[in-house]
Design a protein around this ligand. Structure first.
Ligand code: AMP
Ligand code: GLY
Length: 427
């Protein structure tokens, strides 16, 4: 039986905890810092250590003789938690600080993609506002302006006019907390998909396909968010496209990182645009997606812990065929994020959530994210994205209907969610 440490406190980490809690190979699960949902899963315990307190996390892992650490968010990875855990002999399924630059530095990612001829939108880097504004003038609209560095999905502006672009440039280059560098890249239209693979020292295992809805409001409008809902599988990724993505994007990325002396190990999440010009990389994330994980793990039957440990191994006897298999339910899983009204801007917290104990089918699950317990033992809102309601069904339509039924059982004062999660774009 393995003891596992999960780092993070969102819906993704609740889904990981829930999934591992069902596994016969997992003993105890520690979640740092976790949320009321993770605390409620069997054999799971929340540990009050912040995701940024790398020293305390390493000390804890050593003290508890953790067999495997899975890191949810990008911040601890960009702070080097995988390197620190490796130094003290604790297996961590996540990339080194250098390899995590694929997400933490957009200029690293874009120049890497260019060096290895992996398709991505054309781009330029700027440090001076005037030069950036001139470039935009030459390029036309819409145009995409991105902050270099981690920005929790908020560092990207799609400008429709020179005025909007100038404003974004001044704001991003003037942000005193930010890396003083921006990228300006061509706008690509098409459909976005999240393609996530588990990358080991010797093997790559792609997960099932998934898509999320990044815009806040119905009809894919409003500000960008971390994700307002997701479904799996993603019908747009046909077997042919899947093979193409593995061959032209994922494998060259893994080979390229190794060739540059910064081997990548962990979940590798490619944000792809399926456009009429082909499939291109919009971004890499060095972690699982949220809410993609909630729908993926709802469909997964397989021993994730054993697979992570096999992928971390250098043992040549562990061939691709010998890896523990991941089996995916053929049913579609669909997850709806229930957020605090105002997210990703300002919102109120501390509102009592009702209906959480509403029972549903076994394939229904409410994952916690921004929740907390008040002194009376009631679950209250404590973040932008509060819950993710996931249901499964024979097809996307049925999964959608069931997931919205689940959502309707839950209430709090300023609850907000999209009504069109799973609405497929016209093909
Ligand atoms: P990123 O942080 O690079 O993933 O960007 C966040 C979001 O902005 C993406 O999920 C897309 O919805 C949008 N986006 C980023 N780059 C582009 C692009 N070149 N063309 C169109 N949309 C983009
Ligand atoms: N759902 C998008 C992300 O996890 O970055």
């Amino acid at each position: 039986m393995k003891n596992v440490l999960i780092i993070g406190s969102g819906g993704r980490e609740h889904a990981l905890t829930w999934h591992l809690a069902k596994s016969p190979t997992v003993g105890h699960i520690f979640v740092a810092p976790g949320n009321p949902g993770t605390a409620n899963e069997p054999n799971a315990e929340n540990i009050a250590i912040k995701v940024t307190d790398i020293d305390a996390l390493c000390r804890f892992a050593q003290h508890k003789q953790i067999d495997l650490t899975i890191v949810g968010p990008e911040i601890p990875l960009s702070l080097g938690i995988a390197d620190h855990l490796q130094q003290v002999g604790i297996p961590c399924f996540g990339p080194s600080q250098k390899a995590a630059q694929l997400e933490s530095s957009k200029t690293f990612c874009k120049s890497f993609l260019q060096r290895h001829a992996i398709p991505t939108a054309s781009w330029q880097v700027f440090e001076q506002p005037d030069a950036a504004k001139d470039y935009v003038k030459q390029q036309g609209f819409p145009i995409v302006i991105k902050q270099d560095g981690l920005a929790a999905g908020k560092g990207v502006v799609i400008a429709q006019s020179q005025q909007e672009a100038d404003q974004a440039i001044d704001q991003l280059l003037g942000d005193r907390y930010a890396v003083k560098r921006i990228l300006i890249e061509d706008y690509l239209s098409g459909e976005e998909v999240s393609f996530i693979a588990m990358v080991g020292n010797r093997h790559i295992v792609p997960l099932a396909t998934t898509q999320d809805h990044k815009k806040r409001d119905d009809g894919d409008v409003g500000p960008n968010t971390g994700g307002m809902g997701a479904y799996s599988p993603a019908p747009i990724i046909t077997p042919e496209r899947h093979d193409w993505i593995m061959q032209h994007i994922i494998q060259p990325t893994v080979r390229g990182m190794r060739a540059e002396g910064i081997p990548y190990c962990g979940f590798l999440y490619a944000g792809l645009m399926v456009s009429d010009k082909g499939i291109v990389v919009l971004e890499y994330n060095c972690r699982l997606g949220d809410p993609e994980t909630q729908v993926l793990l709802s469909r997964l039957n397989g021993d994730l812990t054993t697979l992570c440990l096999q992928l971390l191994s250098d043992e040549p006897r562990i061939t691709q065929e010998a890896l523990t298999p991941l089996n995916w339910d053929t049913d579609t899983a669909l997850g709806i994020v229930m957020a605090s009204q105002g997210y990703p801007g300002t919102y109120t917290s501390g509102e009592i959530i009702q209906g959480l104990d509403a029972s549903g089918e076994p394939s229904h699950k409410i994952f916690h994210a921004g929740t907390a317990m008040n002194d009376n033992g009631q679950v209250i809102t404590a973040g932008g994205r509060v819950l993710c309601a996931v249901a499964q069904g024979r097809n996307i339509r049925i999964a959608q209907e069931k997931a919205y039924q689940l959502v309707k059982q839950i209430h709090w004062k300023h609850c907000y969610y999209r009504h069109d999660i799973g609405r497929l774009p016209p093909s």
